[in-house]
Design a protein around this ligand. Structure first.
Ligand code: ZN
Length: 243
């Protein structure tokens, strides 16, 4: 039960860590995002909001139930992103708990045999990166970690309910600029958690093209940083802390 007691993670060590994560999740994050990561022997973290499954929105289609199961089968981490994707700062405690419980039941139904391991070590990403400090206690009870945005690298004493994320978004020239963030985490080790949405030839402003994504992944691999899922990175930092 240590994970509930330790709300602060100490991010240290010589070797920097990079994670790639996807929110919502669009189906192109599976077809293109996961496939590109796998080409380099890597895995990502996919934060699913159950109620979005299978729907079509302007410029993107959301992943199907079968697609979520496939991600887990292919060794990717499945995380939570609430059930209906609200700004949690607008919810009362009962409403938030309902979102958490609904997404738990959704994922346990979809993931079947993969739920056993995942269910006890779920990680969460805040919809709209909107953090509610009032929810910290409840989030800590239900999730191993919670990721927000802020476009910052995690270093030193880090709140597990407020992991910083770095956005990968259009235009592609901006994605190429993110190489500088990889240089930065290499120069001063920490944990760089990228997040994005669709990986498509016609991306929304919240995603990028497969070519730009692959360039960034390649650069990360060449940097020598350790590339881990969010849950694997937590294992690494927590065991280092205990040593
Ligand atoms: Zn979202």
């Amino acid at each position: 039960m240590r994970r509930f007691a330790a709300k602060t993670l100490h991010i240290s060590g010589e070797r920097p860590v990079i994670s790639f994560s996807f929110d919502d999740v669009p189906d192109s994050a599976l077809y293109n995002g996961a496939t590109i990561l796998e080409k380099y022997g890597l895995r990502g973290t996919f934060y699913i909001a159950g109620q979005l499954t299978g729907i079509s929105e302007p410029g993107r289609k959301l992943i199907s139930e079968a697609g979520i199961a496939e991600l887990a089968e292919r060794g990717h981490e499945i995380g939570c992103h609430t059930y209906s994707h609200p700004n949690i700062a607008t919810l009362n405690g009962a409403q938030l708990q309902n979102e958490i419980d609904q997404n738990h039941s959704f994922l346990s139904r979809i993931l079947g045999k993969h739920w056993g391991a995942a269910g006890s070590q779920l990680n969460f990403a805040y919809p709209y990166n909107a953090v509610s400090y009032f929810a910290y206690r409840r989030m800590a009870k239900n999730y191993r970690s919670c990721r927000a945005g802020e476009n910052r690298i995690n270093r030193g004493a880090t709140c597990l309910q407020m992991l910083f994320g770095m956005e990968i978004g259009r235009p592609d020239e901006d994605v190429v600029q993110l190489k500088a963030e990889i240089d930065a985490v290499k120069a001063q080790p920490g944990w760089l958690i990228f997040f994005t949405h669709d990986i498509s030839e016609t991306p929304t402003p919240y995603g990028c093209t497969p070519a730009a994504f692959e360039k960034l992944v390649q650069y990360a691999v060449q940097s020598g940083c350790e590339i881990l899922t969010v849950n694997e990175a937590l294992d690494r930092y927590i065991s280092a802390d205990a040593a």
